[in-house]
Design a binder for this molecule. Structure first.
Ligand SMILES: [Zn+2]
Length: 217
């Protein structure tokens, strides 16, 4: 009899424990969810007000440079860094994911995953996305593209690199792109050029399909 009683007590204790544990998990989950929600809403709010200081303050605790980059981007505006040395050109594009796929979080379903992989395919097109005029005879030698989402800042971006080797770098006069046609939410590219010709910033608006570019003296 005593043994049976012990088993019964243990059984009840077990059930009690499981129910407590399960409800703890549920409560924790709900809390976590609510927290995430408020958090991202706050971020969006601060973004609308353009309060950059606020965002930076929040990230002082972390030392992720990636986060800071994602935090400071402006939707509609991409940054293209162009650097040239000898016959080589390095191009680095940072675009807000909202401009490219229409959302800024890790993909949550097959449709979103497909949007990302389609965008990556555009960025990794063998022909390129930014074209110096043909007289320069440039060829892509290296190319990488990645999607980066940061749950902390509520932002995501695409980061793309191209290395080009050009037979006649001095013949570069223009750089053309189909970027704005492919991604109509993109409104502007801030181009930063560093070359033998010096340092130059160019504002590339979506109504222009090419800009003047000079990389040699
Ligand atoms: Zn963003």
């Amino acid at each position: 009899m005593n043994k049976r009683l012990v088993y019964v007590v243990m059984l009840f204790a077990g059930i009690f424990c499981i129910s407590v544990c399960v409800s703890d998990v549920i409560v924790a989950g709900e809390k976590g969810h609510a927290h995430d929600h408020d958090h991202s809403k706050k971020k969006h709010g601060s973004l609308k007000h353009g309060s950059h200081n606020h965002g930076k303050k929040r990230h002082d605790g972390h030392t992720h440079t990636k986060k800071r980059q994602l935090d400071s981007h402006e939707h509609g505006v991409s940054v293209l860094k162009i650097a040239s040395e000898k016959n080589m050109i390095e191009m680095e594009l940072e675009s807000p994911a909202d401009d490219i796929v229409g959302f800024e979080h890790a993909p949550e379903n097959a449709q979103q995953r497909e949007k990302i992989s389609k965008a990556i395919a555009v960025f990794k097109d063998k022909a390129g996305l930014f074209f110096p005029n043909v007289e320069a005879q440039c060829k892509i030698t290296k190319n990488s593209a990645e999607f980066e989402a940061d749950a902390g800042s509520g932002h995501a971006s695409f980061h793309v690199k191209w290395h080009l080797s050009c037979a006649n770098l001095s013949k570069i006069q223009v750089l053309s792109t189909s970027f704005f046609k492919i991604f109509p939410k993109a409104k502007e590219i801030e181009v930063e050029v560093v070359s033998d010709a010096g340092q130059r910033d160019i504002e590339w608006d979506s109504d222009q399909n090419k800009i003047k570019l000079k990389l040699t003296k």
